[in-house]
Design a binder for this molecule. Structure first.
Ligand code: NDP
Ligand code: HSE
Length: 402
């Protein structure tokens, strides 16, 4: 029998218990063993829960029980979750998590620790919610040298943008809905300001390029500066505004990674990704382009990915899964400032002034725009070149075009 303990009985943890119970027979068949939930740890009480007998408040009960093989960490954050994960791995118990903050900040050392203790640290649910992406990236695409990964990586912000555009909700109303659906982080500024997408692109970059990329090495901008006016201008020229996490292999084994709102051409598959859905586009030198799509957040989709990791480990508790990466280094990172692209600009200036500053431009129009406002698409140039051209101009929005 394989015994599982869940740490944190919130949105994801309760989903994991539900999937383990509802699909129990099927899971046992697939593992060819009995997989049983033995403990649930949470700071809160759940008097009406059907799992009443399983709740404990003291982690050492789990840590010291030799029957526990797999610990599911769904508490979140990088404090108590780091302590519990470290202790579980040191006790030789494999850990499965959906906690991207912990993987992005401490993944390298935790993977080393798992290896040293003959157990596994798996985190399929940490990127893209229910979308199978990390295992396909390292297994199904293993024959490729990967050159870039581009993704809509945050369900909450994609949901907010979709609801504001399609249902005319205010930002606050759309955020409240995302929270009620269980999509948002405990502190939703992590979603809105791009930090959640940043953690996910760090994990994708580490798996794609083999070295740890830390969140503070990744320039990150969220969706706060995106207005409905920007959305209307983008629409007028056949683009959608999406928050993208991107990482690219650069010459000399360097890596460029960043998170920012982008104008995505309407015929790009990423443009049609709406609501809580995420999508991750990967380019490899043998496969070409491939895209992974599905629900990026939510109780059962995320639990689906967590339980898949539990099943993988339960099939062979001692297998060396070789899912590590190198420690990374600051001089491995390249600034996105070197990447030329077209730009969308909204600024207080005339079309003539925009032309004078930026050369050939494509002016954009929308109903109800203030007279002093001009929006336009530039030709290809780097961010510093654009900044120089627009020095002294009152720029309200400036987003890269994919
Ligand atoms: P929740 O806040 O819903 O659940 C976390 C649970 O852990 C809460 O019940 C919380 O209690 C409890 N908890 C907090 N501190 C402790 C502690 N010291 N000991 C035991 N339990 C504790 O979070 P989610 O389920 O939404 O997210 C969990 C993780 O999964 C996060 O890392 C998140 O980023 C990630 N994730 C979430 C997804 C989603 O759709 N929600 C999707 C993919 C990943 P209390 O509420 O009282 O603090
Ligand atoms: N808050 C995250 C999101 C949860 O909205 O994408 C899934 O990682």
């Amino acid at each position: 029998m394989v015994h599982v303990a869940i740490l944190g009985f919130g949105t994801v943890g309760s989903g994991v218990a539900e999937v383990l119970t509802t699909n129990g027979r099927l899971i046992d068949q697939r593992v060819n063993n009995l997989v049983r939930l033995k403990y649930i740890l949470d700071v809160r009480d759940f008097p009406d829960s059907p799992y009443q007998d399983l709740f404990v408040k003291d982690f050492s009960v789990i840590e010291n029980d030799p029957e526990v093989d797999i610990v599911v960490e769904t508490i979140g954050g990088a404090r108590i979750a780091l302590d519990f994960t470290t202790r579980a791995l040191k006790a030789g118990k494999s850990v499965v998590t959906s906690n991207k903050e912990l993987v992005a900040t401490h993944g390298y050392e935790l993977l080393q620790l798992a290896k040293a203790n003959g157990c596994s640290y798996l985190f399929e649910a940490s990127v893209g919610g229910g979308i199978p992406i990390l295992r396909p990236l390292t297994s199904c695409l293993a024959a490729n040298e990967l050159s870039q990964v581009t993704g809509i990586l945050n369900g909450t912000t994609n949901y907010i943008l979709t609801r504001m555009i399609r249902a005319g909700l205010t930002f606050e109303e759309a955020l409240r809905e995302a929270q009620a659906n269980g999509y948002a982080e405990k502190d939703p500024t992590a979603d809105v300001d791009g930090h959640d997408a940043c953690r996910k692109i760090c994990i994708l970059a580490a798996l794609a390029f083999g070295e740890h990329v830390y969140p503070d090495q990744v320039p990150t901008e969220g969706i706060r500066r995106v207005t409905l006016g920007d959305v209307a201008y983008a629409d007028s020229c056949g683009y959608k505004i999406k928050l993208l996490g991107r990482c690219l292999r650069m010459p000399e084994n360097k890596v460029c990674a960043f998170v920012a709102p982008h104008l995505v051409p309407g015929d790009d598959p990423l443009a049609g990704v709406e609501d809580v859905f995420n999508a991750i586009a990967v380019t490899g030198n043998a496969i070409g382009d491939v895209m992974f799509y599905g629900r990026g957040a939510g109780k059962l989709p995320t639990a689906s990915a967590v339980v898949a990791d539990v099943i993988d480990i339960a099939k062979d508790l001692k297998k060396d899964r070789r899912n590590g990466w190198g420690p990374g280094s600051p001089d491995m990172m390249v600034s996105p400032d070197v990447l030329p692209s077209r730009w969308y600009v909204r600024a207080n200036m005339t079309v003539e002034q925009a032309r004078e500053a930026c050369g050939e431009i494509q002016p954009l129009a929308r109903g109800g725009a203030p007279e002093e406002e001009t929006a336009f698409l530039t030709g290809e140039m780097t961010a510093p070149a654009l900044q120089e051209k627009l020095a002294g101009v009152d720029v309200s929005s400036c987003f890269r075009v994919l």
